[in-house]
Structures are given as C-alpha cells and as structure tokens.
Write a protein that binds this ligand. Structure first.
Ligand SMILES: [Mn+2]
Length: 322
C-alpha cells in the first residue's frame, strides 16, 4: 500500500510535513481542466521528493449524476481531466455518485478523546434533521435510483475507454452517509452489492473502487470491514483509512484506535489480498490549536494517523507469514 495524504491547505510547510512523516503519495483536490495547473502541482509535489498519486474532491459531477443541465459537457470535462492526468502521470481519480455532492453531517464539533473535535451524523429524528456540511440539493425534484443507475452506466461507457487509454484508474467513493435514501432523494452506492453492480457494468481495471472504510462501517448493516476488503479487493484502486463509532441512524467519527473496526486486521486484509494502491487517512479529528474551520481536514490529526498507519504496515511486514 502507498501511504498517502491529502494536504490542505496545499502549502510548502504541509508538503514538507507529509514528506517528514514518511508519506510517499500526495492527493490533490480537483486542479481544474488546465493541464498546466496539474503539471505545476505535480512538479511542486515532486520537489519535496513525493509523488502526485491521486486527484480527489470537488470534481464536478452533479449534472451527469442527475442527468440534468449539459451533462455531456460535464462528461467531456471529466474526460479532459482524465487525459490530463494520463499526460501528467497521475494514476488515480477518485469521484462519487452522491446526489448531494459530498458528505452530510449534523454536527461538526462532538468531543472525542482529550477534547479532540469530530463530526457526527444523527437522523434518529428525521423531522429535526439538518445538515451542516454545506452540501445540499433541491429535495422537491429528486432523481430516482433507476435514473441514477442509468446515468452511471451512460457515464462509464463514455469515460472508461478514455481512462484505459490514459492509464488512469477511477475510484468510486461510497455514499456518505451510507443510506438508500436521504430527505426523499435516493442514493445508490453504499452496499457491497451496489459496488459489485458498478464494476460489472463495465469490466475494466480502470473501473475501480475507493474503499472508504468509515462509509461501509457506518452503514446500518455494520459490515465486517476486513471481510469486505477481501471481497472487493480486485477492484480497489484507492483506500480511505478511517473509522466511526455507531452506524446509521447515528454515528460519530473517531480516532483510528477509538472506533469499532479492527484497523490492523483491515490493513492486513489489503496486504493479504495483494491490493497495492494509495491509502490515506480520512476525516481526522481536529486537535488542540486547530481552528476546526475545515472539520475532518486539518493536519495534526493526519500526521498522527500517518504514524499509526506506518506502524501497522511495518508490524505486518515484520510478522513471519503475514
Ligand atoms: Mn472517504
């Protein structure tokens, strides 16, 4: 596995911290459609002795997810991004099919160990549910699950051949929260069966999965994470290492050692299955001295997480027969 980090803000200091923590691969947010921008990001990352391994977050998707507006123009943009990544040698593009664009939470400042701040999702009372994450949609005009699936198949048939040509692997992130419907809007990608349907739609090494452990762990079915990694392993092109306490309808994020998953067993599951892709900590707690302006996306928790992950990786390397 390639120890990876999303660094925000994308500063020289944070890139240096990543290098010092032993990270090998950097995850960049959406760089826009100019090849030059992507090349500049790659060169800056490489100047710290790091690789640019993944593009993730803020990739425009909502028109082709819902089949609205000029979806073909948005697909063309996605193809341009894929071709640029091929040109720049960036191998993985993470995206999602969330109809509300990104994660939903109801609190951004629940206290974890030592007063560290984590996010919470609580829909035990749907009447009072209110997302505070800033991603939303018009609940008066929902897109049904059948249309979300049709739009996905259309998208894959358009994009996967381009990704194959470019040598880029897509990585589909699960819905977060992992629910089949939220506020009247269907959601289609939160179960292993749904991901098996996704990868069967277009059979290609470029049609891959981002295995976000916390998304599967917070599903009401409370999946066995190591077992699920083994099941989906041939299609995993990117991994998010995170954990939660609880499950839908109520869960909170956690440190890697305070959640409900055996994280050492999860890491071993990737290794045993021969998965060799970028893996990054996701949604880390906000620690002392940090503003919590970007919940889940500050640096101190990431650095703590990288050390934890490196320790597990080295331990399994040192265990005979593992
Ligand atoms: Mn994730």
């Amino acid at each position: 596995m390639k120890l990876s980090l999303l660094v925000t803000p994308f500063s020289d200091e944070n890139l240096q911290l990543a290098a010092q923590a032993g990270v090998t691969d950097i995850v960049s947010i959406y760089p826009g459609l100019e090849l030059q921008n992507l090349l500049e990001i790659r060169n800056r990352v490489e100047s710290f002795g790091l690789n640019l391994g993944v593009v993730e977050r803020y990739v425009p998707t909502l028109d082709f997810v819902h089949g609205t507006g000029d979806r073909d123009a948005q697909i063309e943009g996605f193809k341009t991004l894929v071709r640029n990544m091929g040109e720049a040698g960036v191998p993985v593009l993470c995206y999602s099919w969330m109809p509300d664009d990104d994660w939903q939470r109801t609190s951004l400042e629940v206290k974890e160990r030592g007063g560290a701040l984590v996010t919470e999702f609580d829909i035990r009372n749907p009447e009072t549910f209110r997302s505070v994450t800033g991603f939303d949609f018009d609940p008066s005009d929902p897109t049904p699950a059948s249309a979300l699936w049709e739009n996905l198949e259309y998208f894959l048939n358009e994009v996967i051949p381009v990704a194959e040509d470019a040598g880029v692997k897509l990585a589909m992130h699960p819905d977060d929260p992992p629910m089949g419907r939220l506020r009247g809007q269907d959601r289609i990608l939160s179960t292993p069966e749904a991901f098996e349907r996704l990868v069967a739609m277009v059979d290609s090494p470029s049609n891959g999965i981002c295995f976000c452990q916390g998304s599967f762990a917070s599903h009401k079915n409370e999946y066995d994470i190591p077992g699920l990694i083994e099941r989906l392993a041939p299609h995993i092109t990117f991994a998010h290492f995170r954990d939660v306490v609880g499950a839908v309808p109520h869960f909170t994020e956690s440190f890697h050692d305070t959640g409900k998953t055996d994280m050492a067993a999860a890491m071993k599951a990737y290794l045993d299955a021969g998965v060799d892709c970028p893996i990054r900590p996701d949604h880390v707690p906000t620690l002392a001295g940090e503003t919590n302006e970007f919940p889940g996306y500050h640096m101190l928790g990431r650095l703590w997480a990288v050390g934890y992950m490196r320790g597990i990786l080295d331990t399994w390397k040192a265990v005979p027969g593992s």
